[in-house]
Design a protein around this ligand. Structure first.
Ligand code: NAP
Length: 484
């Protein structure tokens, strides 16, 4: 018996009942480190999704008008339930996703922190009394839950990406139909169990697994789903934005990135290396805010590469559940092939592999943490999300050159820079076309601040006070005739 077995839910949650797919079909879920089959989940489609939307729509009436204190109380209980079971939840996450256990523990903790944040933040979701143009009137601006919310999440943060959506939706009084990624469904399904355990009413949270196209299609067609919140690739995000037009849904899109990490000559080199290791290799390079392009100023370039290479070579690769492992397997063969393709493209165009560069001796989807120098703008690594443990290092001379190169992408999620110049810090803030900017830090995500991209990295924010707004509709009410 594994510690997480009690949390491994192999059914879908619709209207408070755990069920299988109508067809009885299932999908297997495997551990990417060991290739063991962890279990199966239902392969649901449009019919089950319709029922989940029905359940969410029915539950909305009561939930949206429930006492704020009830919603806040349940969210605090949900936070506590997560933290009470942090260890088995982290083990479950590592088993299906592959990330080292220490990172999985951190993901559970930040997910819980988002739930608590929105429980606190909703108490401040105030409206306005607006001065009226005439004495007989009063003008009120009030905020209301948007309605049924559909939440579609990726495999790379299968727990916390759902937390950022469930937290504000439930706090605001919305009900939810969620679809976790097929590769990592258990960290999503377990949210349903925890919500039930702490007492959320039936139908408030519904969770489906199975065909992305069929479940997504039913969600997007339904006029009863008033908002779609999606985290995933830009390609799928664009499809959903197009599909949202027919029923004019509110959409929040947390999409792909192509993060620059700029190191200026005046940087604290050791701090830059520490930040680089986190910003590049967290989750084996498979985060939307992972560094894609290191831009290093000529004067510090060689020293930076030497230290980055040493730190990269020191990374311990293995099964994420083993003590001391810092790099687990990549999620699947497709991810490995993409990194290989990028390395082949870069080396054909003059890039030099300094360390790593090939599949790891452990086999499967393990890949050697890699450093490559001599990267240039014509390489695939400059344009596309790498999503793997490959550091591509570009050399630059001037601040203007670095900023122009950093902005030369359709993405605009996270950017990092290391500098000790205060003036440059503010110039970077003004000129970098990114929704998240880390100066002298490679890890900046926190519940208190709005997370979200610009340009083709998406729209809407998660976290911060802004994170609740996307789940609230604004109404204006004019009360007239007050002179009578
Ligand atoms: P993905 O392929 O776009 O999948 C994301 C989710 O969308 C999964 O649940 C997937 O289901 C579902 N999906 C796929 N096609 C769909 C369709 N036609 N209709 C409805 N749903 C559909 O992305 P991924 O590979 O899981 O995740 C990696 C990507 O997410 C990267 O680009 C990364 O940058 C981005 N990401 C962004 C953020 C952010 O906050 N900006 C955070 C994390 C990740 P299946 O699993 O069943 O295919």
């Amino acid at each position: 018996m594994r510690d997480f077995d009690g949390l491994l839910v192999q059914a879908n949650l619709i209207g408070g009942a755990w069920c299988d797919a109508d067809t009885g079909q299932t999908v297997s879920v495997t551990n990417p480190a060991t290739h063991d089959v962890l279990g199966t989940v239902p392969n649901c489609g449009a019919a089950e999704t319709e029922r989940a939307i029905d359940a969410a729509a029915q539950a909305f009436d009561d939930w949206s008008r429930s006492d704020l204190s009830v919603r806040v109380g349940l969210l605090h209980k949900l936070h506590d339930a997560l933290m009470d079971q942090q260890e088995p939840l982290a083990q479950l996450l590592t088993a299906e996703q592959g990330k080292p256990l220490a990172e999985a523990r951190g993901e559970i903790a930040i997910g819980a922190a988002y739930i608590r944040w929105f429980a606190e933040e909703v108490r401040r979701a105030k409206g306005e009394i607006v001065p009226a143009p005439t004495a007989d009137r009063r003008l009120m601006v009030t905020r209301h839950p948007v309605g049924v919310v559909a939440a579609i999440t990726p495999w790379n943060f299968p727990s916390s990406m759902l937390a950022r959506k469930l937290g504000p939706a439930l706090a605001a009084g919305c009900t939810v139909v969620a679809k976790p990624a097929t590769a990592t469904p258990y960290s999503g399904l377990v949210w349903g169990k925890l919500c039930q355990d702490v007492g959320f009413p039936d139908g408030v949270v519904n969770i489906l697994t199975g065909s992305a196209r069929d479940i997504g299609g039913a969600i997007m067609e339904s006029p009863r789903v008033r908002k779609v919140t999606f985290t995933g690739s830009t390609d799928v995000g664009k499809v959903l934005i197009r599909q949202s037009a027919d029923t004019v849904k509110k959409v929040s899109m947390e999409l792909g990135g192509n993060a620059p990490f700029i190191v200026f000559d005046d940087a604290d080199l050791d701090a830059a290396i520490e930040g680089a290791m986190i910003a590049k290799y967290r989750n084996m390079g498979q985060t939307c805010v992972c560094t894609n392009r290191f831009y290093v100023q000529a004067g510090i370039h060689d020293a930076f590469v030497a230290k980055l290479t040493a730190a990269t070579e020191a990374l311990v690769v293995g099964d994420g559940s083993a003590d001391g492992v810092q790099q687990g397997p990549m999620i699947d063969a497709g991810g490995v092939e993409k990194v290989e393709e990028m390395i082949a493209d870069a080396t054909a165009k003059g890039g030099t592999i300094v360390t790593g560069g090939k599949r790891h001796a452990l086999g499967g989807t393990f890949f050697e943490p890699t450093v490559m120098t001599g990267a240039t703008a014509d390489m695939q690594v400059a344009r596309d999300e790498i999503f793997g443990p490959l550091s591509a290092v570009f050399k630059f001379d001037t601040e203007d050159e670095a900023i122009a190169a950093a902005n030369a992408t359709e993405f605009g999620l996270a950017a990092y820079a290391y500098t000790t110049s205060l003036g440059r810090t503010f110039r970077l803030n003004e000129r970098l076309e990114y929704g998240l900017i880390g100066i002298n830090s490679g890890l900046i995500t926190t519940v208190e601040a709005p997370f979200g991209g610009l340009k083709e990295s998406g729209m809407g924010k998660e976290g911060g006070s802004q994170g609740l707004e996307d789940y609230l509709s604004v109404k204006y009410m004019c009360v007239a005739g007050l002179d009578r």
